[in-house]
Design a protein around this ligand. Structure first.
Ligand code: KIV
Ligand code: ZN
Length: 385
């Protein structure tokens, strides 16, 4: 029996913090409903103390969505927790996500405090949240740069205070995958009460390692991942949901499943990109415009013989109709013939050679040769009639 990985989506909280990506309540509800369709387990709907708009969005999302748990973020501050609890009043399943910075730099520069006092504040916050909800997630901000021995003490105290999920954020995207994996392993082995909580990963992408770090966390025992659609989030972003979901699907031997309906990935990616006015880079894994595009002659020839040669994902599995054979100066005869046939133009090998020579001349002058271009090339002087 495969193990279950819980998907915690923070597109509407960590993702929405990005400059220019702010959404209004109606837009947030639209995204939340699609996340529900996608099958996420937890929707982090906002940081209610931060603004009346965010507070209101958590209220409205709680009413609009039934299946996933709705989560609200707080600092380890009683007032934050009171407001978060109030904003979750209509949620069918609710969680408060509270926490505090635990790295030496956060303790010293943000809180002007010391390690023992931080543990006391963490415990107070979890206990306070527990007065309102059963499901309390504790985050140790900047856990990625927190030494493991102290982190284990913080996490032990948070679980004893009632935390049901413990989040180990690599807030600055600093960790190497093996370091982050070792951190999760250390917690699994050194926190006595770890079997009473789920470990969650929350990785940022400052060095492009968010997905690799998340995966290492999972391989070492984390059973919840915090992710966003298209990997949006503070600075260089967060781990992207679609990458983790497809890694699990492509690597079944890992024995870990999520509840994600991957065929909904592409529509939700497009919705988030358009509402947030945040284009997805063309070569972004899974959801980029070129994720299923083949443009070099060698690859096109292989794919046209059998897609397995260069595709590890069936585009339909992520809600994309088909792959894409793009014509450029690097394309070969096989791709040209394929596109001509797709446009109902059949020609002999001889004529194909003639059209191909014309095609190459044009392709050297253009970034991409369109269907209209090849119809023009085929139609002008060449005819198989
Ligand atoms: O990156 C981070 O540490 C966070 C926490 C608030 C969970 O987003
Ligand atoms: Zn974050």
């Amino acid at each position: 029996m495969n193990e279950r990985l819980y998907i915690f989506d923070t597109t509407l909280r960590d993702g929405e913090q990005v400059p220019g990506c702010q959404l209004n309540t109606i837009e947030k509800i639209q995204v939340a409903k699609q996340l529900e369709q996608l099958g996420v387990d937890v929707i982090e709907a906002g940081f209610p103390i931060s603004s009346p708009g965010d507070y209101n969005s958590v209220i409205e999302i709680s009413k609009a969505v039934t299946w996933p748990t709705i989560c609200a973020l707080t600092r380890a501050v009683e007032k934050d927790i009171d407001v978060a609890a109030e904003s979750l009043q209509y949620a069918k399943h609710k969680r408060i996500h509270t926490g505090i910075g635990t790295s030496d730099s956060h303790i010293r520069f943000k809180f002007n405090s010391n390690r023992e006092e931080i543990i006391e504040r963490a415990v107070r916050a979890v206990k306070h949240a527990k007065r309102y909800v059963e499901d309390v997630e504790f985050y140790a901000e900047d856990a990625g740069r927190t030494d493991n021995e102290y982190l284990a003490r913080v996490i032990e105290a948070a679980i004893k205070a009632g935390a049901t999920v413990v989040n180990i954020p690599d807030t600055t995207g600093y960790c190497l995958p093996n370091e982050y994996g070792a951190k999760i392993k250390y917690l699994m082995e050194h926190v006595d009460s770890i079997d009473k909580a789920i470990i969650s990963t929350h990785c940022h992408n400052d060095l492009g390692m968010a997905t690799a770090n998340t995966l290492e966390g999972v391989l070492n025992g984390a059973r919840q991942v915090e992710v966003t659609i298209n990997g949006i989030g503070e600075r260089a972003g967060n781990t992207s949901l679609e990458e983790i979901a497809m890694i699990l699907k492509c690597h079944k031997h890992l024995g870990i499943d999520s509840n994600i309906n991957t065929t909904k990935i592409s529509p939700v990616s497009r919705l988030v990109s358009s509402l947030m006015n945040m284009p997805v880079q063309a070569n972004k894994a899974i959801v980029g415009r070129n994720a299923f595009a083949h443009s070099s002659g060698i690859h096109q020839d292989g794919v046209l013989k059998n897609v397995e040669t260069y595709e590890i994902i069936n585009p339909k599995d992520v809600g994309v109709e088909d792959n894409n054979i793009i014509l450029t100066a690097r394309s070969g005869r096989a791709a040209l013939k394929y596109r001509l046939l797709a446009n109902s133009v059949a020609c002999s090998e001889e004529n194909l050679d003639v059209i191909y020579q014309r095609f190459l001349e044009l392709a050297d002058k253009k970034k991409e040769v369109t269907d209209a271009d090849i119809l023009m090339l085929a139609g002008t002087n060449v005819s198989d009639d």
